[in-house]
Design a binder for this molecule. Structure first.
Ligand code: SF4
Length: 165
């Protein structure tokens, strides 16, 4: 099973959201916060992301650049709030490329905080990602989604009404 980056990211934010996404239960389309990837990129409305294919899967990245002759994928975040999610997302991109034989570095930038970090995929990351992929496959094969559990993102989620009314 090929796990799309959007599903991988959703899984690490809310497992119920990941299940609903996989089963194409789209939630309240009128929700004012409804954006593709609304849970995944808090500032996606400010920038147009580049849509690319990574290992035959669609991905949205902020920047692809060449530095010192090396290709690099960069994610730009508005604040540290979603830093860890951004890192997970970027590592999954690097993993997909690694599976295709490319060794590419990533970078996360938070311009407002003058923060940047070079991200490289290591064996521990690969083990974590592969464990997550097995868990995601198991999750989406469940007949019903996990019960709703309130998290910080719930009020912005298109499934809010579906989950809590
Ligand atoms: S409203 Fe909350 S619990 Fe429900 S899918 Fe969205 S993030 Fe998950």
């Amino acid at each position: 099973m090929k796990i799309q980056p959007s599903l991988y990211n959703a899984y690490h934010i809310c497992k119920r959201e990941a299940w609903l996404m996989y089963h194409q239960i789209t939630g309240d389309q009128m929700n004012e916060f409804m954006y593709i990837g609304r849970l995944l990129s808090e500032d996606s409305f400010q920038r147009k992301k580049h849509e690319i294919m990574l290992a035959d899967l669609p991905a949205k990245v902020d920047m692809i650049e060449t530095r010192n002759g090396e290709l690099m994928i960069a994610e730009i975040k508005k604040s540290s709030k979603r830093y860890e999610n951004g890192k997970l997302q970027l590592k999954y991109y690097l993993y997909l490329l690694h599976q295709k034989g490319y060794k590419i570095k990533g970078e996360i930038k938070i311009p407002k905080e003058k923060k940047r970090e070079i991200i490289e995929l290591n064996d521990e990351d690969i083990a974590f990602i592969e464990k997550s992929l097995i868990e995601i496959e198991r999750l989406v094969r469940e007949e019903v989604p996990p019960a709703p559990k309130r998290i910080r993102d719930c009020p912005k989620c298109a499934h809010y009404e579906f989950c809590f009314s």
